[in-house]
Design a protein around this ligand. Structure first.
Ligand SMILES: NC(=O)c1ccc[n+]([C@@H]2O[C@H](COP(=O)([O-])OP(=O)(O)OC[C@H]3O[C@@H](n4cnc5c(N)ncnc54)[C@H](O)[C@@H]3O)[C@@H](O)[C@H]2O)c1
Length: 271
C-alpha cells in the first residue's frame, strides 16, 4: 500500500543489476511512493539489459551508465539527471559493492593489493566521489538524503567477508565525515543502512553464504530482513519523516546486531 511518502521527490538509484538487487526493489518502492527516478549502473552491467525492464516498471525512468569510480562519468550522470528533472536531486541510493579478492578466491591474509585498491575504490571511495560530484555541482536539494548500504562486518569479524569488511568500515566513516560537511552546508543527510545477509548476486559471492545466511536467521529475533523490507527502510530515509537523522549507521537486521545468543542457537549447540 502506497503512502505518497516521496511525492514530488527526485532521486538517483545506483546498483540495480537484476530483480534480486536491493537497489531494484528500492527503485520500485520509491516509484510506488510517488518519486521520479534515474537509474544508473556500470556500463558492463547495463549490457545485461535487465535494467530496461526496471525502467519500464518505473514510468520509463532514464537509464544512464556510469562507472562509479570515474569522476567524468559521475559528473555527466548528475548533469543529465538534473536536466531530466529540471532541477536538483532530493535523494541518492549508493547500492554498490564488489571485491576482486573475494571474486578471485584470495584469502584475507594473502590479498593482492592492486585488486584491494580497486575493491576499496568501487565499494567505499565511490561514495566520496558521488558526494563530491554532487557537492561541487550543488546538485542535491537542501534537506536531501543519501543512503549507502553496508554490512555488520564493519564492526565485528566475519572471516569470509574478507577485504569487504575493511571497505564497509571506510564506507561508514565517509558517511560520517562527508555527512558532517554536507549537513552544515546544505542540511543534506548521509546515512548507511546495515542490512541482513540477502540472496543477491553480490551477497551470494561471499564464501559459505548458505551457512552465513542461515546462522543470521537463527541469531535474529525477527529473522533476517528481506530485500523488500530494506527497500521500505531506504524509502523512509528518503522521506521527510526522517529529516533529523544523519551520519548514522542504521541496523536493519531483525535484531541480529544486539543479540548475544538465541534459544535456537543454544539448542543446536546442545545437540
Ligand atoms: N546481499 C547482501 O547480503 C548484503 C548485505 C548487506 C549489505 N549489502 C550491500 O548492498 C549493496 C547492494 O548489493 P546487492 O546485495 O543488492 O547486490 P547486487 O550484486 O545486486 O548489487 C551490486 C551492484 O554494484 C554494481 N557495481 C559494481 N561495480 C560497479 C562500478 N564500478 N560502478 C557502478 N556500479 C557498480 C553492480 O553492477 C551491481 O548492480 C552493496 O553495497 C552490498 O555490499 C548486501
Amino acid at each position: 500500500m502506497a503512502n505518497s511518502l516521496l511525492t514530488g521527490k527526485k532521486g538517483i538509484i545506483f546498483g540495480a543489476l537484476d530483480e534480486k538487487s536491493i537497489a531494484w526493489k528500492t527503485a520500485l518502492k520509491c516509484y510506488e511512493e510517488g518519486a521520479q527516478i534515474v537509474l544508473t549502473n556500470a556500463p558492463v552491467a547495463l549490457r545485461m539489459g535487465e535494467i530496461n525492464k526496471l525502467s519500464a516498471l518505473c514510468g520509463n525512468a532514464p537509464v544512464i551508465g556510469a562507472d562509479v569510480t570515474n569522476m567524468e562519468d559521475l559528473k555527466s550522470l548528475f548533469e543529465k539527471s538534473m536536466e531530466h528533472f529540471g532541477g536538483k536531486i532530493d535523494f541518492v541510493l549508493h547500492s554498490i559493492g564488489m571485491s576482486l579478492n573475494v571474486r578471485k578466491g584470495k584469502h584475507y591474509t594473502e590479498i593482492n593489493y592492486e585488486w584491494n585498491q580497486k575493491s576499496l575504490d568501487i565499494s567505499a571511495m565511490s561514495l566520496h566521489k558521488v558526494l563530491r560530484t554532487a557537492w561541487d555541482m550543488n546538485a542535491i536539494s537542501d534537506w536531501g538524503s543519501v543512503v549507502a548500504l553496508t554490512y555488520i562486518a564493519a564492526q565485528r569479524v566475519f572471516p569470509d567477508y574478507n577485504e569487504m569488511a575493511d571497505a564497509k568500515s571506510l564506507l561508514e566513516s565517509i558517511t560520517r565525515s562527508f555527512g558532517y560537511h554536507y549537513g552544515v552546508r546544505n542540511k543534506v543527510r548521509v546515512n548507511t543502512i546495515s542490512q541482513s545477509p540477502t540472496r543477491t548476486t553480490a551477497g551470494s559471492g561471499v564464501k559459505g553464504f548458505d551457512g552465513f545466511i542461515n546462522y543470521a536467521e537463527a541469531m535474529s529475533p525477527l529473522g533476517n530482513a528481506s530485500a523488500e523490507d530494506c527497500a521500505s527502510y531506504v524509502t523512509l530515509m528518503f522521506s521527510d519523516l526522517t529529516r533529523m537523522v544523519t551520519m548514522q549507521n542504521l541496523f536493519h537486521d531483525g535484531g541480529f546486531s544486539f543479540t548475544g545468543v538465541t534459544q535456537a542457537v543454544i539448542e543446536r549447540m546442545e545437540k
